[in-house]
Design a protein around this ligand. Structure first.
Ligand SMILES: Nc1ncnc2c1ncn2[C@@H]1O[C@H](COP(=O)(O)OP(=O)(O)OP(=O)(O)O)[C@@H](O)[C@H]1O
Length: 328
């Protein structure tokens, strides 16, 4: 089962601090929806509000056309997977996964069939009798997902589920997660700090800033056409560079460009090399252009103190911090 979620003007406050500010959002059936944003911008609060651990002070949450704003969490049929997985440590894997079914008084035979079938799909059949404390991080994640999947929820909320895994396991776990989402045709709402996760997993990304959505779209749209300078700065492996438009003879605007959008060795702009780093045989050169630091990618070696020239092959125009649409 999977359904559409709508948030209408949802506001959440802790004391006088507004954490979600009239936030509206629609998440489609079967979507892998990622929420990105700096620390403290309300990402976890948003998930807790959707699942019902917290009630919004105003606004509405609609699941499949039904207003669930006032329903308690156990009546919402939304599963939440926490960062630490919240497994019951004194139980086996089987007991953990079957827990929600036992609570629902399902008969033993049905429980066994359901748990075994899910465990098979998630490749944890072999560890069903183990205590959860004896599992690897990736296995714990699969147990937490299985425990949620047996309930057949309308959607899944995941709060940084990979952040406790080391780099290598994380990569495989990420691929598995995507596969599970597709195989079970589930709607996932997924909070992360990690842009590579957003890029790889998301159908759409919403970037939160001060309790509001600054931009929403495919990761690539956010990268290519940041609606604001703030998004340009936040999205991408390197922040977008900004220079006064006058460097290209454009008045009254700033231009934004990625390090990859330039061609080095000749061109209209000159910069003095402050420092550089080498990544995959490219030089990412921090240079001073008329008192502003920009990063450009060069394939030729550089030295600090050198002067380099480059031309900007692609750029976006910004006025008052916002994208000028004809700047595309
Ligand atoms: N129970 C609470 N009582 C008071 N303030 C809270 C509570 N929970 C969160 N906050 C505050 O609300 C703001 C948003 O917190 P939240 O955890 O939603 O942010 P986040 O974007 O998930 O952050 P992070 O990326 O660091 O996990 C923060 O300023 C936080 O200190």
């Amino acid at each position: 089962m999977s359904t559409k979620l709508e948030l209408r003007n949802v506001t959440q406050r802790y004391g006088s601090k507004v954490v979600l500010n009239r936030l509206s959002l629609e998440i489609e059936d079967g979507e892998f929806f990622v929420i990105l944003g700096p620390s403290g911008t309300g990402k976890s609060t948003l998930l807790r509000t959707i699942v019902g651990i917290e009630r919004p002070v105003s606004g509405h949450i609609i699941l499949d056309g039904k207003d669930i704003t006032q329903l308690p969490p156990n009546k919402r049929n939304i599963a939440m997977v926490f960062q630490n997985y919240a497994l019951y440590p004194n139980m086996t894997v089987y007991e953990n996964i079957s827990f929600p079914l036992r609570m629902a008084h399902m008969n033993k035979q049905q429980i066994r069939e359901k748990v075994t079938s899910i465990a098979k799909k998630l490749n944890i059949e072999e560890v069903l009798d183990r205590n959860v404390t004896q599992l690897s991080g990736g296995q714990k994640q699969r147990v937490a997902l299985s425990r949620a999947l047996v309930r057949n929820p309308a959607m899944f909320l995941l709060d940084e589920p990979l952040s406790n895994l080391d780099a290598r396991v994380r990569f495989t776990a990420r691929e598995e997660l995507k596969k599970i989402q597709r195989d079970f045709n589930q709607t996932f709402v997924y909070v992360t700090h990690d842009q590579s996760e957003a890029q790889n997993l998301a159908d759409r990304v919403a970037v939160l800033r001060n309790g509001r959505i600054e931009q929403i779209g495919k990761y690539n749209e956010l990268y290519e056409n940041p609606k604001t300078k703030w998004i340009g700065d936040f999205i991408g492996d390197y922040p977008m560079n900004f220079l006064d438009g006058s460097v290209l003879g454009l008045d009254g605007v700033e231009i934004g460009f990625r390090p990859y959008w330039v061609e080095c060795d000749s061109g209209e702009i000159e910069g003095r090399v402050i420092s550089f780093e080498i990544v995959h045989e490219s030089y990412f050169v921090y240079c001073d252009v008329k008192g502003k630091t920009v990063v450009v990618r060069s394939t030729s070696p550089v030295e600090s103190g050198d002067y380099i020239r480059f031309s900007i092959k692609k750029f976006r125009k910004y006025r008052d911090g916002n994208l000028v649409e004809d700047g595309l």
